[in-house]
Design a protein around this ligand. Structure first.
Ligand SMILES: Cc1cc2nc3c(=O)[nH]c(=O)nc-3n(C[C@H](O)[C@H](O)[C@H](O)COP(=O)(O)O)c2cc1C
Length: 169
């Protein structure tokens, strides 16, 4: 699949459908290596007058190590119907296998940032902020027991979007 840089203002999608239902592949790059995993929580919007992507990564993930060490990442929004093909990205760790080789998913690179080339839209990002989610954040008592059980609280990464790629254009 060919990818072309496009203006962020020309991209339109439903975040709930694109990230929540279709899933996205988050790829953390640390300059030496990278790792990719499935995410279905996240957002895209604007913060500090910059176009931003917001992703949430548990410290237990191998991808977390790359998100911490590096300052570049990509969020690849998948088309509908790819759950089976990308299953290993959300069920196996890159510590133990090569997810791209196992799944046959295509790997892309732009501006030195790796991305999952099965995507429709890819956000290339520069990490500009990070914050640990702690139980003190929660204003709804149901969030903690439903999602954490006392450990492995997500770290939120905010990435400024440096480029947007569209497939097949
Ligand atoms: C549909 C789906 C959505 C997921 N969303 C997230 C997420 O937003 N944040 C997260 O930390 N893990 C999420 N995961 C779990 C990771 O993708 C999974 O643990 C993965 O195997 C981690 O791989 P790694 O160890 O190579 O980083 C999700 C898994 C699935 C199947």
């Amino acid at each position: 699949m060919n990818f072309r840089k496009t203006d962020i203002n020309s991209v339109s999608f439903s975040p709930a459908k694109a990230i929540g239902d279709n899933w996205a592949i988050l790829t953390g790059c640390d300059g030496d290596g990278f790792n990719s995993m499935t995410v279905s929580w996240g957002a895209a919007g604007v913060l500090w007058s910059r176009p931003c992507v917001f992703v949430f990564v548990r410290p237990s993930r191998y991808t977390y190590e790359f998100m911490e060490k590096g300052d570049r990442f990509s969020l690849s929004l998948l088309p509908e119907g790819l759950h089976k093909k990308v299953a290993v990205f959300g069920s196996k760790s890159g510590r133990d296998c090569d997810k791209y080789a196992l799944s046959g998913a295509a790997l892309g690179e732009e501006d030195g940032v790796k991305f999952c080339a099965e995507a429709e839209t890819v956000f290339l990002c520069k990490k500009i902020a990070a914050a640990d989610i702690t139980p003190q954040w929660f204003l709804d008592n149901g969030i903690d027991p439903a999602n954490y059980g006392g450990s492995d609280y997500h770290r939120m990464y905010i990435g400024e979007v440096t480029a947007v790629l569209r497939a097949g254009e």
